[in-house]
Design a binder for this molecule. Structure first.
Ligand code: THU
Length: 161
């Protein structure tokens, strides 16, 4: 019998002020993008912004539906937009923020399970790790160097070859 331990390291900052300019700008954009969320049911507005290898910044936000499972998280809205606008362009960094209209927005959130799987698909397709910048409208910022770290023992297309 053998055992394997999975661990990962990420950076924690006290606030956006500790980030370099490029990361701070992307996080600011994600915070702004919470305003375009359509979240009448949860009142939980999520904004996302991605910096691509070609220098473009693409925006996304969560889009809900009266039929709850139909709703889409900001991350998947963003990834679909990127894939439509710039299909073969690597995604360097994604910033994700949220504005909770019913409570505090002062801590980082990280992508849900479905979004982790979706992000991984794009990393594999584009052969490039995606950095994540995670923060609310204020407070601490987490920077994860590779989104794949959030989904150990993942299922991918390679398993079906
Ligand atoms: N949501 C996101 O857009 N991204 C996340 O990382 C977590 C959750 C959305 C889905 C739903 O519209 C609302 O937040 C509450 O779950």
């Amino acid at each position: 019998m053998k055992q394997k331990e999975v661990r990962f390291v990420f950076d924690m900052y006290d606030s956006i002020n500790a980030l370099d300019k490029a990361d701070a700008n992307l996080l600011k954009q994600a915070r702004l993008n919470t305003a375009s969320a359509y979240a009448p049911y949860s009142q939980f507005q999520v904004g996302a912004a991605a910096l691509l290898a070609n220098g473009e910044v693409v925006n996304g936000s969560n889009q809900e539906n009266a039929s709850t499972p139909v709703g889409l998280c900001a991350e998947r809205v963003l990834l679909s937009a990127i894939s439509s606008l710039f299909p073969d362009t690597a995604i360097q960094t994604m910033a994700i923020s949220f504005n909770n209209l019913k409570g505090a927005s002062d801590h980082p959130i990280s992508p849900c399970g479905i979004c982790r799987q979706t992000i991984l698909e794009y990393q594999i397709r584009l052969k490039h790790p995606i950095r994540l910048i995670l923060s609310g409208m204020e407070g601490a910022v987490y920077v994860v160097p590779d989104a794949a770290l959030l989904l150990p023992m993942s299922f991918t297309g390679n398993d079906m070859k």
